[in-house]
Design a binder for this molecule. Structure first.
Ligand code: ADP
Length: 253
């Protein structure tokens, strides 16, 4: 327990010191609380898929099932295993970021061909229309693997939280001192009250619905850390039932 009581209220150096220690103690106990919450979320998120896997494995091994039923249950087992694998990868990424052992290998990237290639790759994978518009000859200094990870995360969300067949916009342009990349969808949007929290670890707007879409609530936390690691910023605007727009800004290029 970090709580301390320092009954020193004098306005001299000792008083200042007492104030500093008190502030530090509050900060430490907040961090401790956050860490506990994070660990509780991790154990919950790991346990849920394991419960499904164990449950369906029991059914498949014990009951006499039709081929169709067995395949259905085996598919659930496979999906939940994929979910666990994804979750562990995301947790590993975050742990590396927390320890600053995360390596960013920056290089000069021509955005237009980079985004074109990404668009082709994900149009095939996601079965979703993307509308790409990128000013010619703009460059960013970034890690191409991490930039792809950022954009795929945002584009995947845009697809997950939009109606099938709707168009997702991917735009890039350059201002005098900054490069901007926007991902915008016409999907279900995010309620205003949730907007301040969506970059928090494990935060999901609708827990059960987003789980069925494969969501862990870690994607945007990772995206934000990756953007910050590049010295960039990410902002979001959203209108419920109309759509969501994420903007990434890389400065000083
Ligand atoms: P998840 O893995 O659940 O998608 P994220 O961290 O990527 O987690 O996103 C956090 C939450 O923000 C999501 O659960 C979802 O509720 C909301 N969200 C993110 N992107 C969008 C979007 N494009 N449209 C609507 N809601 C979104």
């Amino acid at each position: 327990d970090f709580s301390v009581s320092l009954p020193i209220t004098s306005k001299d150096e000792l008083g200042d010191l007492a104030n500093s220690i008190e502030t530090l103690a509050t900060e430490l106990s907040y961090l401790k609380e956050q860490r506990n919450e994070f660990l509780a979320s991790i154990s919950h998120e790991l346990r849920t898929p394991l419960t499904y896997i164990k449950g369906y494995a029991d059914i498949v091994s014990k009951r006499n099932l039709s081929d169709e039923e067995r395949n259905k249950y085996l598919n659930i087992i496979k999906e939940e295993t994929d979910r666990l694998t994804g979750l562990i990868k995301e947790l590993f990424d975050l742990a590396q970021m927390d320890q600053n052992t995360f390596v960013i290998e920056k290089e000069r990237i021509q955005l237009s061909p980079f985004l074109k290639k990404l668009e082709e790759k994900i149009t095939r994978a996601f079965e979703q229309e993307f509308k790409l518009s990128c000013e010619p000859n703009i460059e960013v200094i970034a890690d191409p693997v991490k930039l792809e990870q950022i954009l795929i995360n945002l584009l995947d969300n845009a697809r997950k939280y939009s109606a099938k067949g709707s168009t997702v916009k991917l735009e890039a342009w350059k201002n005098r001192n900054s490069t901007h990349i926007v991902i915008a969808d016409n999907g279900k949007g995010i309620p205003e009250k949730d907007l301040p929290y969506i970059f928090n670890r494990f935060y999901r707007v609708e827990k059960s619905r987003t789980r069925s879409l494969g969501g862990t609530g870690l994607g945007l936390a990772i995206v934000q850390e990756l953007v910050h690691a590049h010295g960039g910023e990410i902002t979001v605007t959203s209108i419920e039932h109309h759509g969501t727009r994420f903007e990434i800004i890389f400065k000083g290029e």
